[in-house]
Design a binder for this molecule. Structure first.
Ligand code: FAD
Length: 409
C-alpha cells in the first residue's frame, strides 16, 4: 500500500484540527500543511456563545498546542488564507504568495455568518458570532450595553440571548418564523424553549418581519418590525450561516448548499475532499443530501477523510448529535427529526427534565433531551445500534436499556 506524500488542509476549525489528530498517529513521513485564515491555532467554537462571553478572563480553548503541531511535523500557516486552487498543477495558493503542492487537498472551510444587505457587522452596534474575534467584540461591548436585540431565534441567537439576560441585560429576540428553532428542533421542543426564555424575562416576538431600518453615523438606530419602529442599542444577527465554498466554486467543484461529497468525503475531483460544516454529503435512508453544522459531524467526517487518504475507505454514516446550552436548559439531540413522525414525551427525574422521542413508521429516528444527559447517551446507543424499542417501552428507561441487548425489542 502506498501512503500519501503531501496533504494540505484548508481551514483550522474543528474538522481541520481533528483531521490533524487522526493523521498524526498514522501519517509516517507525509508532509501535512494546515492553512488557517484566522490568527489563532484551531480552538473550540461552542464556548464562544456560552462561557467565553460571560467570563472576561477566558481565552479560546485550543484543540492542541503549538508544540503538539510542531512535534507532529504539521506546518501551520496562521492568518494566511488560501486564495486559489490549481487542480491541474495540484497546487494551492495562499494570500502571502506561498504555493503548496498537494497530493490530497482537504477543504474544511466551515461557514460564515449570514448577514443582510445594508445591515451587517461593519456597523458599530451590529454583531455576528462565528469566531473568536466576533466573540471578543461581543464580550467587550456587553458591559456598556443596556439592551440587546437578537435577530433570529436559532441556537446561537438564543444562547447569547440567555447569557446576556443572565448578565442583567434587557433582551428581545425577533424571529420571523411562527416559532423558535424552526430549522433544527421539533415544535414540541421549541414551545418549551419559548416558554422557558419568556419566563426568565427575555422578550420573544414571533412572526417578526423587519420592514425597514435607520442608520446614522455608522450606527443602527432603529428597526421597523411589522410596521412599528423599535429603537436599537445593540443588535446581534443570528440568522444562520452559509457554507464557505468560494475556493471550491471557483475551482469548478460541484457545489449546492455546500461542497458536494460522496460518503468517503471525496468531492467531484477525487484528489480533493471536503469535511465539516461546508460539506454536502449523501444522507442515510435516501433522505437526500445533507449539510450539518455540529462538532460531531466535523469530527466524524475528519476521521472518514483520514481513512480515505490512508487507503482504508469508510462510509460516513455516523448518528448525528448536537447540544446547546441556554440559561437553565441543557438540550441534547441525537438522530435526525423525521418529516412526518409521531412524538412521545418521556418525563425526566423532575419537572425541568424530559426527553422527546420521535418515531417514523415505528422506527426511532430522533431523541431531544432537556436536562436529561443519561437519556441522550442512551438514545445515541440505541440509534447507533439501529434498535427501535416500541414507543411505550422506550419511555421506560429500564426497558429501553434492556432492548439494547434484545434488538427485536
Ligand atoms: C458560537 C458558536 C457556538 C456553537 N456551539 C455549538 C454547540 O454547542 N454544539 C455543536 O455541536 N456545535 C456548535 N457550533 C457549531 C460548531 O462549532 C461547528 O459545527 C464546527 O465548528 C464546524 O467545524 P468546521 O471545521 O467544519 O468549521 P469551523 O470550525 O467553522 O472552521 C472553519 C475554518 O476555516 C477557515 N477558513 C475558511 N476559509 C478559509 C480559507 N480560504 N483559507 C483558510 N482558512 C479558511 C475559517 O476561518 C475557520 O477557522 C457552534 C458554532 C459557533 C460559531
Amino acid at each position: 500500500m502506498n501512503g500519501p506524500d503531501s496533504i494540505v488542509i484548508v481551514g483550522g476549525g474543528h474538522a481541520g484540527a481533528q483531521l490533524c489528530a487522526s493523521l498524526a498517529t498514522s501519517h509516517q513521513g507525509v508532509r501535512i500543511d494546515l492553512v488557517c485564515e484566522e490568527a489563532d491555532l484551531p480552538y473550540h467554537r461552542p464556548p464562544l456563545s456560552k462561557s467565553y462571553v460571560k467570563h472576561p478572563e477566558e481565552t479560546p480553548q485550543l484543540h492542541r498546542s503549538a508544540a503538539w503541531y510542531a512535534q507532529a511535523g504539521i506546518r501551520v500557516h496562521q492568518a494566511d488564507p488560501a486564495i486559489a486552487i490549481d487542480r491541474h498543477a495540484r497546487t494551492l495558493r495562499l494570500r502571502s504568495g506561498a504555493t503548496l503542492h498537494y497530493q490530497w487537498l482537504v477543504l474544511a472551510t466551515g461557514t460564515r455568518a449570514r448577514q443582510l444587505p445594508h445591515l451587517h457587522a461593519d456597523l458599530d452596534n451590529v454583531l455576528v458570532l462565528r469566531n473568536a474575534a466576533d466573540a471578543l467584540r461581543l464580550r467587550e461591548q456587553l458591559p456598556a450595553m443596556q439592551h440587546l436585540m437578537v435577530l433570529g431565534g436559532g441556537f446561537i441567537g438564543l444562547e447569547v440571548a440567555a447569557t446576556a439576560q443572565a448578565l442583567g441585560k434587557q433582551v428581545r429576540v425577533l424571529e420571523a418564523a411562527p416559532r423558535l428553532l424552526m430549522r433544527s428542533a421539533s415544535a414540541e421542543l421549541a414551545a418549551h424553549v419559548l416558554q422557558s426564555h419568556r419566563a426568565s424575562g427575555i422578550e420573544v416576538q414571533l412572526g417578526a418581519t423587519v420592514d425597514d431600518f435607520r442608520i446614522e453615523a455608522n450606527r443602527l438606530v432603529s428597526l421597523r418590525v411589522n410596521g412599528v419602529q423599535q429603537p436599537v442599542d445593540q443588535l446581534l444577527l443570528g440568522i444562520g450561516a452559509l457554507p464557505e465554498m468560494t475556493l471550491a466554486e471557483v475551482a469548478g467543484l460541484e457545489c449546492g448548499n455546500g461542497i458536494a461529497v460522496d460518503a468517503s468525503m471525496r468531492t467531484s475531483d477525487p484528489a480533493i475532499l471536503a469535511i465539516g460544516d461546508c460539506a454536502l454529503f449523501p444522507g442515510l435512508r435516501a433522505s437526500g443530501a445533507l449539510r450539518l453544522e455540529s462538532v460531531q459531524n466535523a469530527n466524524d467526517q475528519a476521521k472518514v477523510a483520514a481513512a480515505t487518504m490512508l487507503d482504508q475507505p469508510q462510509t460516513y454514516q455516523a448518528v448525528p448529535w448536537f447540544w446547546t446550552e441556554q440559561g437553565s436548559l441543557r438540550i441534547q439531540m441525537a438522530g435526525l427529526l423525521p418529516k412526518n413522525g409521531s412524538c412521545w414525551r418521556r418525563p425526566g427525574k423532575d419537572e425541568t427534565s424530559f426527553s422527546l422521542l420521535h418515531y417514523e413508521q415505528g422506527e426511532l429516528r430522533c431523541v431531544e433531551s432537556v436536562n436529561a444527559p443519561a437519556d441522550h447517551m442512551g438514545a445515541r446507543k440505541l440509534l447507533e445500534a439501529g434498535v427501535s424499542p416500541a414507543a411505550e417501552r422506550a419511555c421506560d428507561p429500564a426497558l429501553a436499556l434492556r432492548s439494547l441487548a434484545t434488538p427485536d425489542g
